[in-house]
Ligand binder design. Structure first.
Ligand code: UD1
Ligand code: MG
Length: 451
């Protein structure tokens, strides 16, 4: 049976104290909404509907940037979770299968949990995801009878006896799509909040002779984010899980607590990641590569046997082939380094192609920006770029070519040539000593004048 997901993301998130809609705040480099969308991949949704309200254009842009097929529907007034789901009715027309309702601010639902909910649908019409809360607070309470779920009571509407229940509603719902919308059309707003509660569908299902049950998950999984401290907590929870997952996948980390991952970081087994490394989004590190301490990587690819850092910065478009070396205080942006190329010290390599086995000397800079446009630097294979060379782009240095240290290279260097582009050295005999004597005399006279 096919599945579709409806992600509720219309709320403003007042407690975030932010101009940005709550679901667009990021965890591990991706908006919470994208985490929820990624979680839904577990059920291979045929349709993904996002219910947007507050700053819907921004929510739509983020959703479609992640999945261009996502359909955004608007909920102009936030009249409750049931009303929110109803906004997806038209977008779900003609779909015959399970509808799964997720919240855009609940980013950590596991694949196994959603799969278990789909499986439970074989025996029940409505499946709710529940958890035992350490502090049930204002969560909706699940009223059960054995495996059967009888109803969900919102905290505001609950009796003291119902408030004593610790089994709570996560908000995730799974039901046949037509059944869900049929049940929702019976929901009223006659309750303590004056809202259309999605949760009312359980009791309505019972009155129509349909069945409901609860699938259980850990409280950590249903963690919702309502404020900045909670966002920071969610980030920390993501990071600890990512560290464990990387270690389990065979990544060697000396101090995992100091390594920070993005939602999409991919690292091969036997890669070494030293202390204090940050992976921003879009990074792939292959097996056996080494990322040394205090490096920052974003939007780049590091192949096998490459060594990066310590103190290196790889920016988007950095592409390091096998056995390349990027050393301390080196920044690489939008540049490819072919096999065995080395940039070991204090360099900027941007908008460039560096050939195999080429050595870039300390302090070398590709001057890629003329203040208006960016230009490219191409260096061939086995070239030797002398220390502190300025490669003024656009410029090409050929295979097996060299540049003298301190050169400012403004025209192409053919294969095998040595380019020297700096002032010629002149030695003035004894001049240094004479100069020092002269300066000392000047200082002495000044000091005498002052006293
Ligand atoms: C809801 C549940 C409660 C559950 C809790 C779990 C209902 C009636 N209550 O309560 O049982 O324990 O979540 O966190 O469902 N939203 C919209 N449009 C609306 C209203 C809400 O898109 O009109 C979105 C919000 O942006 C949010 C989600 O739905 O992502 C949940 O809404 P929220 O107001 O936080 O519901 P709770 O009162 O917490
Ligand atoms: Mg809530």
């Amino acid at each position: 049976m096919p599945n579709s997901v409806i992600i509720l993301a219309a709320g403003k998130g007042t407690r975030m104290q932010s101009d940005l809609p709550k679901v667009l705040h990021k965890i591990a480099g991706a908006p919470m909404l994208v985490h929820a969308m990624k979680a839904s991949n577990a059920v291979q949704p045929e349709r993904t509907i996002v219910v947007a309200g507050h700053k819907a254009e921004l929510v739509e842009a983020a959703a479609t940037a992640h999945d261009e097929d996502a359909v955004i529907v608007r909920q102009t007034e936030q009249l409750g979770t049931g009303h929110a789901v109803l906004q997806a009715r038209e977008a779900m027309a003609g779909f015959d299968g399970n509808a799964i309702v997720l919240y855009g601010d609940t980013p950590f639902i596991r694949d196994e949990t959603l799969t278990a909910m789909i499986e439970a649908r074989a025996n029940y019409d409505v499946v709710i995801l529940g958890f035992h809360a350490a502090d049930p607070g204002k969560y909706g309470r699940l009223v059960t009878d054995g495996d059967a779920l009888k109803k969900i009571v919102e905290f505001k509407d609950a009796s003291d006896q119902e408030r004593a229940i610790t089994l709570c509603n996560s908000g995730v719902v799974c039901a046949n799509s037509d059944v869900l919308f049929d049940l929702l059309s019976n929901v009223s707003n006659d309750n303590a909040s004056g809202e259309y509660y999605l949760t009312d569908i359980v009791e309505i299902a019972g009155s129509k002779g349909l069945t409901a049950t609860v699938v259980h998950c850990d409280e950590a999984e249903t963690l919702g984010v309502n404020s900045r401290p909670e966002l920071a907590g969610a980030e920390a929870a993501f990071q600890s899980r990512a560290r464990i997952a990387a270690a389990e996948d065979g990544v060697m980390m000396m101090a995992p607590d100091t390594v920070f991952f993005s939602h999409d970081t991919a690292i091969g087994r036997d890669a070494v990641v030293e202390q204090n490394v940050v992976f921003a989004s879009g990074v792939t590190v292959e097996s056996g590569a080494t990322i040394r301490a205090f490096s920052h990587l974003e939007g780049c690819h590091v192949a096998q046997g490459a060594v990066v850092g310590p103190y290196a910065r790889l920016r988007p478009g950095a592409e390091l082939a096998e056995n390349t070396k990027i050393g301390n205080f080196v920044e690489v942006k939008n540049a490819t380094l072919a096999e065995g190329a080395k940039v070991n010290h204090l360099s900027y390599i941007g908008d460039a192609e560096i050939g195999a086995a080429t050595n870039i000397g300390a302090g070398t800079i590709t001057c890629n920006y003329d203040g208006v446009m960016k230009h490219k630097t191409i260096v061939g294979e086995r070239a030797f770029i002398g220390s502190n060379t300025m490669l003024v782009a656009p410029v090409t240095v050929g295979d097996d070519a060299m540049t003298g240290s301190g050169s400012v290279v403004t025209s192409n260097v053919p294969d095998g040539d040595l380019a020297i582009a700096r002032a010629k050295q002149v030695n003035k005999a004894g001049m240094a000593r004479r100069l020092v004597e002269k300066l000392k005399n000047i200082k002495k006279k000044r000091d005498e004048g002052a006293s």
